[in-house]
Design a protein around this ligand. Structure first.
Ligand code: VIB
Length: 217
C-alpha cells in the first residue's frame, strides 16, 4: 500500500463535496452564519476538543516510533494552545453549555473507543479526518471567499487554511501512510471503514451545529 491516504481521500470525496455544500460552511464563508449557531458550534467544539486531546495523547503513547509519539503528544498540547485561543475569541463565557449534543457525544465516544480497543492502524485512520477535513475546508473557504477584510469568522478560517496547519496535517498523513504500508488487507479494510465513518461524523458535526441539535428528551 503506497499512499493509503490518497485512496481513502478518493473514496470519501463525496463527503468532502457534501461538506462544502452545507449551509454552515457556505454561511461561514460569506460571514452570514447566525452568531447563535456559531456559538453553539464553538461550545460543542470545546467539548469535542477536550476529549480529542485525550484521544491524541493515547494514540501517541501507542505508537512504537518516538517521532510519532512526539507528534501526537505535541498535537494534543497544541490543542490546548491553538484551539483555546480560538475559543477565547469566539466563546462567550455566559453562553457556555455543558451538555454535549448527541452528535458530539457520538463522535468523541467513537474516537475514544477506537483508540482504546482497536489496532493502532485503525485508530490512526479514525483520527485522521479531523486533521485533513479541516485543512481542506479551511483552504476551500480561503480560496473562495471574497470578504476576507470583513468576515466576523476570519480568525477561525485563518487557523485552518494556510501553511502552518498544513505541516501538521501532512505529518499526520505521513504517519498513517507509514503504518498502512505494512498492514494486511484485513487491517486496510478496517482502516478504510474508520476513515469513512469519522469523515461522516465531521459532516454530522457541522450539520448538528447548524440545527443546534438537542437531545430528543
Ligand atoms: C469537530 C472538529 N473536528 C476537527 C477539528 C480540527 N482539529 C481539532 S484538533 C486538531 C489537531 C491539532 O490541531 C484539529 C485539526 C475541530 N476543531 N473540530
Amino acid at each position: 500500500m503506497q499512499d493509503w491516504y490518497k485512496l481513502a481521500r478518493e473514496q470519501t470525496d463525496y463527503i468532502l463535496e457534501a461538506i462544502k455544500q452545507q449551509p454552515f460552511i457556505r454561511e461561514l464563508m460569506n460571514g452570514t452564519l447566525p452568531s447563535d449557531v456559531f456559538q453553539f458550534y464553538i461550545n460543542q467544539d470545546a467539548m469535542y476538543l477536550a476529549e480529542y486531546k485525550k484521544v491524541l495523547a493515547t494514540l501517541g503513547v501507542k505508537c512504537p516510533h518516538e517521532d510519532d509519539t512526539q507528534f501526537f503528544l505535541d498535537s494534543a498540547t497544541g490543542i490546548i494552545h491553538v484551539e483555546n485561543a480560538l475559543h477565547q475569541i469566539f466563546l462567550k463565557d455566559n453562553e457556555l453549555a455543558h451538555e454535549s449534543s448527541p452528535t458530539c457525544e457520538l463522535y468523541t465516544s467513537y474516537l475514544t473507543r477506537m483508540v482504546a480497543n482497536r489496532s493502532l492502524e485503525e485508530a490512526l485512520a479514525a483520527v485522521l479526518p479531523c486533521f485533513t477535513i479541516y485543512k481542506e475546508i479551511g483552504d476551500y473557504i480561503l480560496e473562495h471567499q471574497t470578504n476576507k477584510a470583513d468576515n466576523q469568522y476570519q480568525d477561525w478560517i485563518d487557523t485552518y487554511g494556510g501553511e502552518e496547519f498544513a505541516t501538521s496535517v501532512n505529518n499526520a498523513v505521513v504517519i498513517t501512510n507509514k503504518y498502512a504500508a505494512n498492514a494486511s488487507e484485513e487491517v486496510l479494510q478496517k482502516m478504510k471503514a474508520a476513515f469513512v465513518k469519522a469523515s461522516k461524523l465531521e459532516w454530522m458535526f457541522w450539520d448538528s451545529a447548524y440545527t443546534k441539535e438537542a437531545w430528543k428528551i
